[in-house]
Each structure stands twice: as C-alpha cells, then as structure tokens.
Design a protein. Structure first.
Length: 106
C-alpha cells in the first residue's frame, strides 16, 4: 500500500476579491522547484471569481476553503491552524513566488 508523506511545507494563501491575481499566485506555488508542499487557499468571503478560479485547479496539493468574511487576521490564523507541513509559508493572493523561493529558503 502506498502512503503519501506529510508535506514539508504548507503555503497558506488568504484571499479576498483577488480574481485578477489568484491564478498567478497559485501557479507560482504549484510550479516551485521544491515540490514536497501543499497549498491552502482560504477564501475570506470573496464576491468576485476568486473561488471559481481557485477551484478550477486539479492539483491534489491544493485545497480550497471558503468562509464567510472574517477579516485577514482570522483568515490567516485559520490557514495556519489547518497547515500540515513542518514549515508554513504565507503568500498574499496578489503576490507571486519566484520559481525557486521555497527551495532556497530550505
């Protein structure tokens, strides 16, 4: 039987109404040179297409969570509590990582 190891890094992306940016943010994580990671997109009640775009990704490392608006602080804390990696990295939903960012940090 095959068991997946727990990811070493969890990237938490808190998001609110960033449909113009969320795809680039997600792709910048999924395309990292270091691959042993997972991504939590915590949607803080977006009313635009943020959730639709985030849910369109089929990569099993990505988890999308929707919640009613609770502000950035609570959204970020929820992502941190849900993280399963040994390390946590935070990426704002309107930002991107360079392709080797996590590898270099490790």
């Amino acid at each position: 039987m095959f068991f997946l190891k727990k990811p070493l890094i969890t990237v938490v992306i808190p998001a609110y109404n960033h449909d113009r940016f969320i795809a680039q943010a997600i792709e910048s994580v999924l395309n990292q040179t270091y691959r042993h990671l997972n991504v939590l997109v915590i949607d803080d009640g977006s009313t635009d297409r943020t959730g639709e775009i985030a849910k369109s990704y089929t990569d099993p490392r990505l988890t999308y969570i929707y919640q009613e608006n609770q502000d950035a602080f609570n959204t970020l804390n929820r992502g941190i509590r849900m993280a399963t990696g040994e390390y946590i990295s935070i990426l704002n939903s309107d930002d991107v990582y360079t392709p080797n960012r996590l590898e270099r940090l490790l």
